[in-house]
Ligand binder design. Structure first.
Ligand SMILES: *[C@@H]1O[C@H](CO)[C@@H](O)[C@H](O)[C@H]1NC(C)=O
Ligand SMILES: *[C@@H]1O[C@H](CO)[C@@H](O)[C@H](O)[C@H]1NC(C)=O
Ligand SMILES: *[C@@H]1O[C@H](CO)[C@@H](O)[C@H](O)[C@H]1NC(C)=O
Ligand SMILES: *[C@@H]1O[C@H](CO)[C@@H](O)[C@H](O)[C@H]1NC(C)=O
Ligand SMILES: CC(=O)N[C@H]1CO[C@H](CO)[C@@H](O)[C@@H]1O
Length: 506
């Protein structure tokens, strides 16, 4: 007995002295990317209590920081802004002992989060071998992946790292997020400076798991009696990253909320974005922008022929019930519409379409416009400006030129004899496309009987609205699909909304 105790004591002593050594936190490493100017990168790590840590940076430019004191075992330094480029050597030093990071680049950091479609591997997409072979042409796009861990309390550091910072090779990108990587390499082609990709996502997870209790309370989620798994991934896989200065975040999630708190997603998703923004801004000492750009993928498809409206509802809720982003509730966000990219033969299940190239490409259009302020990049698909309900027809005017393929049933109208908003159980009937012009589409309303009037209109309101890239309405160049929408003529109070510009009020 006495001997066992002694061994335990020695082990504890060893662990403690290890902890007292100078080192960086888990997500710093050789080959990493740190956020470039105008933001300032934050470095932190562990050291002996009370010790004085200095950091020096050598490479295309030099820096030596003023000493900081290790407090509660942690030191933290904010660098002066560094222009894009490298490589740099970063040396943290404390009374003769050093911790060194080599081959460090400065560029833009994008955090990639969500569930299985973000987790979806490079090796699983269409043309995987060609895409993997290309990775070595992008040595300045670096990747890092947090391990799948959960925690009941907010962690300071990651519990485990799945993939330390690496220079891309076919081998180490095999199991990296395809959407995240493809976004990074497409952006590199545009920006021509380093990109750091931080993957922290997990299949099958609801938005609640990635939200702090602060964010959940905004939406009236019951914390005590609700699922105990609320916040567990926020705690383990997001909170530890808050002190990293980042450029923006990408998100592909929502499938798990089709059957779980679906009605709250219009609150919980925007609330999570707000909360992440506030928390990353605070955590980085105000370096990460308070309104950092947040891009996401609108749900794709999962079940051909399904009449279930949970995917349409989530898609709508992903835009805070407006149909498009950015909007006043969701500023500086951008969205890749993906409902026209179904994959009936996906070996990973139809909920996991293998075309991630188009998804990532559409995200880059939004990023260029919203995050990088490029003026001439078109990133929004056609959206109605005006809807006119005539006797026998419904005329839609879009906000841009459209490319139209006739369809008998992609549009549906709600026929109603009462002045109230239409619901899922209302009498929705097909409204065939009859005619179209450069910016207009005319629908037949003849399937409503004469005693009823057209009280609502919806577009692509089903799980699987069309075949691959064959939805009826696209931008004129056929690159951007029209996002789904639903609009009511009447409000709850019976007020008429007809002929109004379809904007956030609807
Ligand atoms: C969210 O959607 C639900 C269900 O459609 C609706 O009852 C609620 O009013 C919406 N809430 C917000 C904040 O838009
Ligand atoms: C990271 O930021 C959070 C939020 O500001 C702060 O509470 C925490 O102490 C920081 N961690 C480190 C290691 O600086
Ligand atoms: C796969 O490669 C073929 C041949 O280059 C190309 O036509 C196709 O569009 C690619 N698929 C995707 C999803 O990128
Ligand atoms: C409705 O659309 C049709 C076909 O595009 C057009 O000929 C007609 O003038 C439109 N009606 C109104 C009132 O705008
Ligand atoms: C880590 C954690 O909180 N896990 C819990 C998730 O929720 C289930 C069911 O409520 C619990 O059994 C787990 O312990």
């Amino acid at each position: 007995m006495a001997m066992t105790l002694c061994v335990v004591f020695i082990l504890l002593a060893f662990v403690e002295s290890c902890d007292g050594n100078l080192r960086f936190a888990s997500y710093f490493g050789d080959h990493m990317v740190l956020q470039k100017s105008p933001e300032r990168a934050v470095l932190w790590g562990y050291g002996p209590e009370g010790g004085q840590v200095t950091v020096s940076l050598s490479g295309p430019t030099q820096q030596n920081t003023a000493p900081v004191t290790v407090t509660k075992g942690i030191w933290r330094i904010t660098l002066d802004p560094v222009k894009a480029g490298g490589p740099y050597i970063v040396i943290a030093e404390i009374e003769g002992s050093t911790a060194i990071l080599t081959d460090v680049l400065f560029g833009d950091i994008w955090l990639c989060g969500g569930q299985s479609n973000m987790y979806f591997f490079m090796s699983q997409i269409f043309n995987a071998s060609e895409e993997l072979a290309l990775t070595e042409k992008y040595p300045h796009v670096r990747t890092f992946m947090a391990a799948l861990k959960l925690s009941e309390t907010e962690m300071t550091d990651l519990i485990q790292v799945e993939l330390p910072w690496t220079v891309p090779t076919a081998k180490n990108l095999n199991e990296f997020s395809a959407v995240c990587w493809l976004f990074g390499r497409y952006m590199y082609d545009i920006l021509k400076y380093p990109i750091g990709l931080v993957e922290s996502c997990w299949g099958g997870t609801p938005v609640e798991a990635w939200s702090s209790s602060r964010a959940l309370q905004k939406c009236g989620s019951e914390l005590l009696n609700g699922p105990r798994n609320d916040s567990v991934l926020w705690n383990a896989m997001i909170h530890p990253l808050l002190n990293m200065t980042i450029k923006g975040a990408l998100w592909y999630q929502g499938e798990a909320n089709a059957g779980y708190n679906q009605d709250k997603y219009n609150c919980s998703f925007p609330a999570m974005i707000d909360d992440w923004r506030m928390a990353f801004h605070e955590g980085s000492g105000k370096q990460t922008a308070i309104d950092f750009p947040f891009g996401f993928v609108q749900l794709s498809t999962s079940e051909k022929g399904s009449k279930d409206d949970s995917f349409p509802n989530i898609r709508w809720h992903q835009t805070a019930d407006t149909g498009f982003v950015p909007n006043s509730r969701m500023q500086r966000t951008f969205m890749a519409v993906a409902l026209d990219l179904p994959d009936e033969k996906s070996p990973y299940g139809t909920i996991h379409p293998r075309d991630k190239q188009d998804v990532a490409y559409r995200l880059t259009l939004g990023a260029r416009a919203v995050a990088y302020n490029e003026k001439d990049v078109q990133f929004l698909g056609p959206f109605p400006n005006n809807i006119m309900s005539l006797e026998m027809y419904v005329n839609i005017t879009y906000d841009q030129m459209v490319s139209v393929t006739p369809s008998e049933n992609i549009f549906e109208i709600c026929c109603s004899g009462i002045k109230a908003p239409c619901g899922p159980k209302s009498n929705w009937v097909p409204a065939p496309i009859k005619q179209w012009g450069p910016t207009t589409v005319q629908l037949s309303a003849s399937l409503c009987t004469s005693s009823d009037e057209v009280a609502g209109l919806r577009y692509a309101w089903r799980n699987w609205p069309c075949d691959f890239k064959a939805c009826p309405i696209y931008s004129a160049n056929r690159v951007l699909p029209a996002p789904p929408f639903i609009v009511n003529r009447y409000t709850d109070k019976g007020d008429v909304l007809e002929n109004q510009k379809l904007n956030e009020k609807l």
